[in-house]
Design a protein around this ligand. Structure first.
Ligand SMILES: *[C@@H]1O[C@H](CO)[C@@H](O)[C@H](O)[C@H]1NC(C)=O
Ligand SMILES: *[C@@H]1O[C@H](CO)[C@@H](O)[C@H](O)[C@H]1NC(C)=O
Ligand SMILES: *[C@@H]1O[C@H](CO)[C@@H](O)[C@H](O)[C@H]1NC(C)=O
Ligand SMILES: *[C@@H]1O[C@H](CO)[C@@H](O)[C@H](O)[C@H]1NC(C)=O
Ligand SMILES: *[C@@H]1O[C@H](CO)[C@@H](O)[C@H](O)[C@H]1NC(C)=O
Ligand SMILES: *[C@@H]1O[C@H](CO)[C@@H](O)[C@H](O)[C@H]1NC(C)=O
Ligand SMILES: *[C@@H]1O[C@H](CO)[C@@H](O)[C@H](O)[C@H]1NC(C)=O
Ligand SMILES: *[C@@H]1O[C@H](CO)[C@@H](O)[C@H](O)[C@H]1NC(C)=O
Length: 393
């Protein structure tokens, strides 16, 4: 009954949206524009994704600092894109052996990575590969919804989710809500935005290695095996080690010559693809929206800085080691003098989320944050990205 009511409500909203015709809201490229002082962005129904985000650099030049495609229709055509700007769901990151147990029942979900040894981002048809419904759109806000049926990709029960993006001066706000309406099921969402703070226009480099990253609450990280599946350990990020971004800010590439970096993001992988814990509670009660940020990243070339605030307890950093020059950049990015592609280490993905694969590590006791059933409080993720520019000296 609950399921029927919610699904019906969502369809009704969708029907209203269609009737009121939001087609006026989407531009010729199929994108929905939002803006506020100092920020402008485009979003698309595919994956509830951000496709463009413009910030003025220190010289007042508008830079589109996220990866994406020029036309919204291209996302469904190029299925090989790496989760560009969307909402991975219903369970972000990896699920070990594509299985988990809830109340003694073992569930098997559809594998899609490492020769089908695990499930990444909710399976081959995860939420960021589907068109969401636009249920509301104003000049500074958009809400998407999705109904994920019982059994889809092997997950138990129906999940109904709403994602709202709002812009306020220099800030992008994210609120994700999801309800398990019929059965207990894992839910973990994130925003999988790829950033290039220079819009690929820095003549000296198209990589992210010179940007400065700070993770002030992240003295620990999740230990993983060679295919990035958590092995149950929580590891220390010792001061001055390659994973130390907490004791002081450092350039992403600061430790690029360290032999420790090889294998840090899986077998034979150099760089970062790590889940850092966000340990704030030991300092007493905190207000996620005002205490923090949990991460700061800045480019010395464009001067653009992002301060990330979130209510989530973990933070994944991926330094785009898997990029290989095949993914195109957008027509408003880059330089004519250089190949118009994303080269290796040409971006970073910064994912607010919970402890990865917490559903297979019961001793972490994340079940209240990751397993939801009918009658439970909804799953909620909130974050805000605050943009500023610094004159480099
Ligand atoms: C975007 O793609 C759609 C569908 O292929 C097409 O109708 C539209 O003209 C494209 N937009 C532009 C600006 O080319
Ligand atoms: C960038 O600056 C120009 C000129 O002041 C302004 O018109 C534009 O709105 C700014 N762009 C953003 C994204 O704030
Ligand atoms: C992985 O799942 C399969 C069933 O899909 C099971 O037979 C196998 O024992 C599991 N392997 C591990 C290491 O848990
Ligand atoms: C994945 O599973 C297959 C067997 O199905 C195995 O041969 C392979 O070594 C496993 N690991 C990876 C990383 O592919
Ligand atoms: C998403 O919607 C677009 C525009 O209507 C359509 O071209 C595309 O095929 C849809 N993609 C999926 C995966 O449903
Ligand atoms: C990157 O930063 C280093 C200093 O850490 C500097 O020597 C180098 O020139 C910078 N490279 C680029 C391309 O900005
Ligand atoms: C990593 O870089 C920082 C900043 O330059 C340095 O202090 C630290 O010693 C380096 N660590 C390793 C393991 O190379
Ligand atoms: C890792 O790299 C070595 C040397 O290039 C290669 O022999 C080995 O097969 C690679 N292993 C994997 C799992 O890719």
């Amino acid at each position: 009954m609950v399921s029927f009511t919610l699904a019906a409500a969502v369809s009704a909203l969708a029907a209203t949206a269609a009737a009121e015709s939001y087609s006026g809201g989407a531009n010729a490229d199929g994108k929905y524009e939002l803006s506020a002082e100092g920020i402008r962005a485009h979003f698309i129904p595919y994956g509830a994704s951000v496709s463009n985000l413009w910030i003025n650099d220190t010289n007042g030049i508008e830079r589109d600092i996220v990866l994406g495609f020029d036309n919204a229709s291209h996302y469904s055509v190029d299925k090989f894109h790496p989760h560009l700007g969307g909402v991975p769901g219903r369970y972000a990151n990896r699920i070990k052996n594509s299985s988990f147990v809830i109340d003694g029942t073992e569930y098997h979900v559809t594998p899609n990575e490492n020769n089908n040894n695990d499930t990444l981002h909710g399976g081959p048809d995860g939420w960021d590969f589907r068109n969401w419904t636009v249920v509301a759109h104003t000049s500074d806000s958009i809400t998407f919804s999705i109904v994920d049926p019982d059994g889809k990709e092997g997950f138990p029960g129906e999940v109904v989710s709403y994602v709202t993006y709002t812009l306020s001066p220099h800030t992008w706000h994210i609120k994700m809500v999801a309800l398990a309406t019929t059965k207990k099921t894992p839910i973990m969402l994130s925003s999988h935005t790829y950033w290039n703070l220079d819009a690929f226009a820095n003549p000296d480099t198209a990589t992210a290695l010179n940007w400065t990253l700070s993770l002030p609450y992240s003295g620990q990280r999740v230990g993983v095996d060679g295919i990035l599946i958590p092995d149950g350990t929580i590891l220390p990020n010792h001061k001055y080690s390659i994973n130390d971004f907490w004791s002081s800010p450092k350039q992403i590439g600061a430790n690029w010559t360290s032999p420790d970096l090889l294998g840090n993001c899986g077998t034979n992988c150099t760089g970062y693809d790590n889940c850092y814990l966000v340990n704030r509670a030991q300092n007493g009660p905190y207000d996620w929206a005002n205490d923090g940020p949990v991460a700061v990243i800045a480019s010395p070339w464009s001067g653009i800085q992002i301060d990330i605030f979130t209510d989530q307890d973990a933070f994944q950093v991926y330094s785009c080691g898997g990029q290989n020059g095949l993914l195109p950049i957008k027509s408003n990015q880059g330089l004519d003098s250089r190949a118009r592609v994303v080269e290796q280490f040409g971006c970073v993905v910064l994912e607010v989320q919970d402890y990865i694969d917490g559903i297979n590590q019961p001793e972490w006791q994340r079940e209240k944050k990751q397993i939801f059933g009918p009658g439970d409080e909804p799953y909620v993720l909130e974050a805000k990205y605050v943009f500023s520019t610094k004159k480099s000296s």
